[in-house]
Design a protein around this ligand. Structure first.
Ligand SMILES: Cc1cc2nc3c(=O)[nH]c(=O)nc-3n(C[C@H](O)[C@H](O)[C@H](O)COP(=O)(O)O)c2cc1C
Length: 238
């Protein structure tokens, strides 16, 4: 594909077919993404690839955890406080999830969420449908592969910067091969389920996940949220 076409065609895919992704192709994509630049070439990230049995096990456990967390949110205050103390049912990811968005970013977040729900015909009050859509994150949108991105804590925010460049390289390489991807911050909510399946190095922290596979022809995949106009992207001169 032409580079411009790859750039234009990459979008977040939230419904996948069950067509498998071969080991050879996955390795090829990872090798290409490894060409990404990084701080002093430290490449301060590591990737856990979940597929097959491991993926299925996570596909069972993560939605359960999500359901428990949502139930906790609706629970009486006493139960919530207890959970805060015991940590039972709470996220155990390495980074605190974004709960409250900065005022200037909140409208973009809201517009994106509304746009997606509108496309799907999910109304404002339809809590169940919204819950199910959120929960689909934890089933990796039925993708045959899920990747978990870990970053070295020793480089602070620069590890995340490098991992982001790596991720975009991977997503573009995947697009070029006719595959779809969705980066997912939601997949960083829980680290402990991954500890069961992978030898996770302690100094590497879970930053986000990525679902990967072949795009299904479903309405949700038509979603193309707007971008800020150039004049708000650019900082004005004094
Ligand atoms: C770091 C990161 C985390 C994201 N987390 C999620 C997520 O948890 N669930 C989801 O459905 N989309 C997630 N997205 C996808 C964004 O919503 C999407 O990139 C954005 O709306 C722009 O749409 P596009 O990717 O289709 O161009 C994430 C994207 C990035 C880069």
């Amino acid at each position: 594909m032409e580079f411009q076409d790859v750039m234009a065609q990459r979008h977040s895919v939230r419904a996948f077919t069950d067509q498998p992704v071969s080991d050879a192709l996955l390795n090829e994509l990872l090798a290409r993404a490894s060409g990404a630049p990084s701080w002093s070439n430290t490449q301060p990230y590591q990737i856990a690839v979940a597929r097959g049995e491991v993926l299925e096990s996570l596909r069972r456990e993560l939605p359960e955890r999500f359901d428990q967390l949502m139930a906790l949110q609706r629970a009486p205050m006493v139960k919530k406080l207890k959970a805060l103390v015991t940590k039972k049912g709470m996220p155990d990811g390495d980074y605190r999830p974004v709960v409250k968005y900065p005022d200037d970013l909140q409208p973009r977040r809201v517009a994106t969420g509304h746009g997606l729900y509108q496309l799907l015909g999910i109304g404002r009050e339809d809590k169940q449908a919204r819950h199910e859509q959120m929960a689909a994150n934890f089933r990796f949108f039925d993708a045959p592969v899920a990747l978990f991105v870990f970053v070295h804590e020793g480089l602070g925010v620069y590890s995340a910067l490098d991992a982001g460049i790596f991720l975009q390289s991977l997503m573009l390489a995947a697009t070029d091969e006719g595959l779809g991807t969705c980066a997912q911050g939601a997949l960083a909510l829980w680290r402990s389920p991954l500890e069961k399946h992978f030898q996770l190095p302690g100094q590497y922290k879970l930053l986000c996940g990525l679902s990967l596979g072949y795009e299904a022809q479903e309405t949700i995949n038509q979603f193309r949220p707007d971008r800020q106009p150039l004049d708000s992207l650019l900082i004005a001169e004094k």
